[in-house]
Design a binder for this molecule. Structure first.
Ligand code: GDP
Ligand code: ZN
Length: 313
């Protein structure tokens, strides 16, 4: 049913670039054409879009999702822990369940799948090793997707479309069609789409999105999004330890003892640096903002869609 968000909804959620996201449960008034979205129900979960460092408003990409499925591959393209770890951290912040799918296991050398998945199994992350071409793991994947809303993430070429086709014939084509539309369209955000599964549940594809970001995260919070760091976070010599290379850091110590994978710590450091940068950018921005008089800044509105001008009057 074509509907436009009522103008008052924008006023009610000034912290967000748009009040309605894929996955929202809404109340609509269909007396007019298009109908009008009158109310948004409270959200169980939200995933944010990754964007620049300085933002004053959030862009919610998907609301009410249950899980995130990170699709990666052993090679072609080669598995990059940092990309996967970023998505897993965002899922942890959002309180979503996460599954790491490692595809193209038919291309793996002996022991390679175990080596790549080891760090994830060690902290209890659910993993599925698949080969879309050979059929390995497809039943497990189908089961993981059924009955809930799963957001797909992962680099292109890892085999997302092939895997979905293996799970349910035609599903991959629909996902690929969404991706193609995004590549050609001007507004990447509008292509986020929820696709129902025959087995119950939905998958949400987010093509053209660089990833999910941690929204307004404090540097000291990031360790909490790495499950295997938990037992060590309070054991460091300094209470304000950032777990980089401080003396007496229990997290760094756990790398030496093998309890924390070096690659996971590297991913942590990358997110930490970003959070530190965006924190200082925010404080510079805040000072500038303080000097401004009257008129509000418009510079954060560059990437918006025209449909947001809808004022519902
Ligand atoms: P997407 O961009 O993530 O949707 O990836 P595609 O599903 O389009 O797959 C990218 C390429 O990888 C295609 O050439 C697929 O045939 C190939 N591919 C997908 N899954 C597998 C797999 O399990 N093993 C191998 N060897 N190739 C695969
Ligand atoms: Zn530490």
């Amino acid at each position: 049913m074509p509907c436009a968000a009522r103008g008052t909804l924008f006023l009610r959620y000034p912290e967000e670039t748009r009040p309605i996201a894929v996955g929202d449960v809404v109340e609509v008034d269909l007396a007019t054409e298009p109908g009008s979205v009158e109310e948004r129900h409270p959200r169980r979960t939200v995933l944010f879009r990754a964007a620049g460092n300085v933002e004053r408003r959030a862009q919610v990409l998907v609301a009410n999702a249950d899980a995130v499925l990170v699709v990666s591959s052993v090679r072609q393209p080669v598995f990059r822990p940092q990309g996967a770890d970023r998505v897993l951290a965002a899922a942890a912040q959002a309180g979503l369940d996460s599954i790491l799918c490692l595809n193209k296991v038919d291309l793996a050398r002996a022991g390679e799948v175990e080596r790549l998945l080891g760090p994830y199994l060690a902290f209890g992350c659910r993993t599925i090793a698949t080969s879309a071409s050979r059929g390995d793991g497809v039943d497990a994947l189908r089961e993981a997707l059924s009955g809930r809303v799963t957001v797909l993430a992962g680099v292109s070429g890892a085999g997302k479309s092939s895997l979905l086709n293996a799970v349910e014939p035609g599903l991959g084509q629909r996902v690929a069609a969404v991706s193609k539309k995004t590549g050609e369209g001007r507004h990447t955000t509008t292509a986020v789409e929820m696709l129902p599964l025959r087995s119950g549940g939905d998958v949400v594809d987010t093509p053209g999105i660089r990833g999910f970001s941690l929204w307004k995260v404090e540097p000291r919070e990031i360790g909490h999004f790495f499950a295997e760091f938990q037992p060590f976070l309070s054991q460091c010599r300094y209470v304000d330890c950032r777990h980089e290379r401080e003396p007496g850091c229990a997290v760094v110590g756990a790398i030496a003892s093998g309890a924390i994978a070096r690659s996971r710590h590297a991913s942590y450091l990358a997110l930490l640096r970003e959070a530190v940068e965006s924190e200082s950018a925010r404080s510079v921005e805040g000072k500038r903002e303080g000097r401004r008089t009257g008129r509000a800044s418009r510079e954060d509105e560059g990437d918006e869609d025209e449909d947001e001008d809808e004022d519902g009057t």
